[in-house]
Design a protein around this ligand. Structure first.
Ligand SMILES: Nc1ncnc2c1ncn2[C@@H]1O[C@H](COP(=O)(O)OP(=O)(O)OP(=O)(O)O)[C@@H](O)[C@H]1O
Ligand SMILES: [Mg+2]
Length: 240
């Protein structure tokens, strides 16, 4: 469902962040990316959904090459989950989830009377999927970190994406909440067939929840292996 060929990204002021990444992800796969800080993990996810423009190479989404003419279609079919949740603090959980239906161009309109009853029901269903229905009308800054990330996931899945891009979704959570969030992603992956690409720093979680693990160092893929095959030798490649 996603094919990346020789993807390059150099920021205007810096050295290359992606130095020719080749990657193929099948529909319904759960793939994790491990790599040291600065290796290009975030840049890779942001380039896939057009938050960054690439400096070279190609990305195909459902066999269609992504370009300026269809990137907004790709964005509609892609959900993003962030390390710091990126919620609007003074809004309720349900209103944060509803922002997942907005595209970036109308994000700043005064929005909350624009949603239909049907959309509000969809938002409640998403909150139910993540086990937070009873917190739907709580302000998001009154929720715990794990609950906030669940709102972040509900916001990402309300538009029923084909692809979920998760950038260190559990980096600021304790081990118990981290496991809960990743099992939730796994459940979404299995129930809805959503393809998941997830940046992680925790090797054990990557192995436990994903089908495949990719090692990224210095803007290049150094290994791409089934989770069960990942051992110390692979980890040495990226963390030594
Ligand atoms: N907006 C930007 N402008 C300039 N350079 C950037 C920008 N974003 C990232 N970089 C550089 O690109 C490289 C890759 O950064 P990136 O954030 O993708 O790494 P990462 O693997 O996500 O790291 P971490 O694990 O710390 O989140 C780094 O050298 C970083 O300094
Ligand atoms: Mg990052």
């Amino acid at each position: 469902m996603l094919e990346i060929q020789n993807l390059k990204k150099t920021f205007e002021n810096g050295s290359p962040a992606l130095k020719g990444v080749d990657l193929k992800i099948n529909k319904g796969e759960f793939v994790s990316i491990l790599g040291p800080s600065g290796s290009g993990k975030t840049t890779l996810l942001r380039t896939i959904n057009g938050l960054e423009t690439s400096s070279g190479g190609e990305i195909y989404f459902d066999n269609k090459k992504i370009d300026n003419s269809n990137i907004s279609e790709v964005q509609k079919k892609t959900g993003m989950i962030f390390q710091e949740f990126n919620l609007v603090n003074n809004l309720s959980a349900i209103n944060n989830v509803l922002t997942g239906l907005l595209n970036s161009s109308n994000k700043f309109l005064s929005l909350f009377y624009l949603f239909s009853k049907k959309q509000k029901i969809e938002a409640l269903k998403s909150l139910e999927t993540v086990g937070l229905l009873e917190k739907s009308y709580s302000r998001s800054d009154e929720l715990s970190g794990g609950q906030r990330q669940r709102v972040g996931i509900a916001r990402a899945i309300i538009k029923k994406p084909l692809l979920l891009l998760a950038d260190e979704p559990v980096a600021s959570l304790d081990p118990k909440s981290s496991n809960l969030i990743l099992s939730l992603l796994k459940q979404i992956n299995q129930e809805f067939g959503t393809t998941i690409l997830c940046n992680l720093h925790q090797v054990d979680l990557a192995k436990k929840y994903s089908d495949r693990v990719i090692g990224l160092i210095d803007g290049k893929i150094t290994f791409d292996e089934k989770s069960i095959n990942i051992n110390e030798a692979y980890l040495k490649k990226i963390y030594s």
